[in-house]
Design a protein around this ligand. Sequence first.
Ligand code: ADP
Ligand code: ZN
Length: 525
Amino acid sequence: QPAAPAQPPARAYDLLRDLWGYGSFRWRQGEIVAQLAAGGDALVLMPTGGGKSLCYQLPSLLRPGVGVVVSPLIALMQDQVDTLRQLGIRAAFLNSSLSAEGVREVEAALRAGELDLLYVAPERLLMEGTLRLLAGVEVALFAIDEAHCVSQWGHDFRPEYQGLGVLAERFPGVPRIALTATADDRTRADMVSVLGLEGAPQFVASFDRPNIQYRIAGKDNAKRQLLEFIRTEHAGDAGIVYCLSRKSVEDTAQFLSDSGVPALAYHAGLDHAQRQEAQARFLREEGLVVVATVAFGMGIDKPDVRFVAHLDLPKSMEGYYQETGRAGRDGEPSTAWMVYGLGDVVNLRRMLAGSAAPEWVRRIEGAKLDALLAYCETTACRRESLLAYFGEAYQGPCGNCDNCISPPQVREMTREAQMALSAAVRTGNRYGAAHLTDVLLGRDTDKVRQWGHHTLPTFGVGAEHDERTWRGVLRQMVSLGYLEAGEHYGLSATPKSRELLKGEVPFLLREEVLQPRRKTASKAR
Ligand code: ADP
Ligand code: ZN
């Protein structure tokens, strides 16, 4: 591809000022606009809120013809088109929400050359009729928004996105720009190959969100921990709390309300009107906490969300980044707070083990879960680990994550990990964490008696530690893949555990789990 000028044409600055009312380009927007305006392609990786839209909207106006924007977010098209029309830009959309009459009107406007921008859902664009229609008009550029949807590695793979490779074949002279807020290497490679962007320059922004403080703690009593967190640090603030199930969403919302924190529940079980109402209230009211399943947040642009709390683990680092990224869009200090425990880790591992998905899907999901759990257990700077996952070299300490603020003490507990492995193996690799803990602590329970586990050499070898420490050890062992959770929650030693048994690698436990429970008023008896 020919090298594009580094500066966009003068008219770009006029439009920026006169239409959008912005004083200058942000980050490398100017270069991207110049690249497209000169007829080149581009791949743009920028976090949400970075200003991706301008990168294709402005060049669409600079070039003759209509800019065609492919987006999977049908629900947002109307809003985007309305906003553009208010700026005086001739915009329209084509998707399944339009009536036949509506479609005819948009198509007529397109043929008459009366559109600057056309938003279209991928399945609509790929219809032969639409492709032919576009072949008959002048197209300024194709913008493929949410381009990570082409990748099976991405967190919201959409098969229809894979068909977008035809754009390169059928419209060879039309510039293409792919945009996403997901940046890991594999997704990026997929976008390049599927969309035919091999020669295109890549504009990769930093994904760091310096105003977000990342914190992760062991789960004790999640709801109480959440309440204490909100009361001590975010009283009166707007926030989002993510839970995995509808039931825990409802329980948690109720619990917060009962405790004097204004909260409402949001999940897929609510009807459309109820969900709209919840979103509207969240945007309108101050200091409201929404307790939600992951369904909540897509396309919600509330700048002053002061915290995002996870009471259950997200599915992947991508999910974590996206969900926590809804905090602090205004750049003010915000908190990404999460608690997780042995039960969560076991559950996720179990779900994966019992999944009916094809082998390759499970492998990808397993690798993603490993990455997430390693992030949770890390004693290094969280920001550094998070950004490293997205391929960004960042040197901690950042000074704004739990590990940097109060560096966790690590204690070598290789011997303890070996004891735990021995307990699992000697009891037949089929008991859950609670029973293994009983065996390690030497507790004379009915189950221990029933199976004769009090006669094992491992019985009671771990009595010098308390139950909480053992749960921490087991959690970290499951997280790091030394123990594996089977279908009935039973923990079994993995092949990887041999390196621990042989003493080839040390087992380092975060000090946090070694500390005694913090005493709270309600627990004092
Ligand atoms: P993204 O699509 O990357 O999430 P948007 O395109 O929606 O981001 O832009 C995020 C916000 O940044 C919007 O409110 C937009 O108006 C604003 N913005 C974008 N570019 C500029 C700019 N050059 N100057 C000022 N504000 C901008
Ligand atoms: Zn840090």
